[in-house]
Write a protein that binds this ligand. Structure first.
Ligand SMILES: Nc1ncnc2c1ncn2[C@@H]1O[C@H](COP(=O)(O)OP(=O)(O)O)[C@@H](O)[C@H]1O
Ligand SMILES: [Mg+2]
Length: 266
């Protein structure tokens, strides 16, 4: 199958370029359910630089979630190559892929995905315990992650006792607890009011800038896109364009102070 595609989104990077943390070429994904076939990704070229914060935007059903699931190796692809930190995902076996994901990736979803019977700290430490970290160390790392997101005092509370924004902070803490290189976020602000959404985004931006975590954020929200280094536009299973958001209204001093000047200058 040949699909026309927008070529700019490889970002000028080669798969083996040490600056390319995510590199995808010609990714095709078709869902087959009974007799129906939906080709959700029609030949995607996409690359992300280490430390970049990229928004993927486009109408509902255009393939954003599918792209995220395929790039992160949660789902398989029908064609194309995905290289993460120089590793060809298809060449890893299931265990290696799961292991790589557990060590190097974090996930933040709109549905908070927290276990209701566990406290905040128990939710955050769970992925560490699953990957064999000792309970004591897992607890101290989970507490450190909760501190990073400003929830130290809420560690013992269950999700039902937390606000939407606090729950999303717990999921961010959980995504960060393994000190990942890449965080994938699917509509992370989709269930939040605009004020809380702005706070969550600010937190992700800070983690991006202070820790160099690479973020790929699927979003409907133009306000989220505006805060990212780059917006990639999708439509009907294809990438149709990309843009560098114009700087938010702020004084040059303020932009230097929050470290965004380098982004704007690019
Ligand atoms: N598990 C699935 N089985 C069959 N079709 C799917 C599945 N997931 C997504 N799709 C279809 O693939 C297309 C892209 O979906 P999705 O990636 O969820 O879009 P978006 O996240 O942009 O809303 C849609 O047509 C959707 O119906
Ligand atoms: Mg989606």
């Amino acid at each position: 199958m040949i699909f026309s595609r927008f070529r700019g989104s490889s970002n000028g990077l080669q798969p083996t370029d040490p600056n390319a943390i995510i590199h995808a070429i010609g990714v095709v994904k078709t869902y087959r359910t009974g007799t129906a076939e939906v080709t959700a990704l029609k030949g995607i070229d996409f690359a992300v630089r280490r430390g970049e914060m990229v928004a993927v935007m486009g109408p509902s059903g255009c393939g954003k979630t599918t792209l995220l699931n395929c790039l992160s190796g949660l789902d398989t692809v029908d064609a194309g190559t995905i290289t993460l930190e120089g590793r060809d995902l298809a060449k890893l076996n299931d265990r290696e892929r799961t292991d790589y994901r557990a060590k190097r990736m974090g996930f933040v979803f709109q549905v908070y995905n927290l276990l209701p019977v566990l406290s905040a700290v128990e939710n955050v430490e769970l992925p560490l315990l699953v990957s064999g970290v000792r309970p004591k160390e897992a607890r101290s790392r989970a507490m450190a992650a909760l501190e990073t997101v400003g929830l130290t005092n809420w560690a013992k509370h269950r999700p039902a006792e937390l606000s939407g924004g606090q729950r999303q902070r717990v999921t961010i803490a959980r995504a960060l607890v393994n000190d990942p290189a890449i965080v994938w976020a699917d509509e992370p602000t989709g269930a939040l009011d605009s004020h809380t959404a702005a706070e969550i985004l600010e937190l992700m931006r800070e983690l991006n800038q202070t820790r160099g975590v690479t973020f790929v954020i699927v979003t409907h929200d133009p306000g989220v896109g505006a805060q990212c280094d780059r917006i990639v536009r999708m439509r009907d299973g294809q990438i149709v364009g990309e843009e560098i958001p114009t700087a938010p209204a702020a004084s040059p001093d303020a932009m230097v102070a929050d470290g965004r000047a380098a982004t704007i200058a690019r």
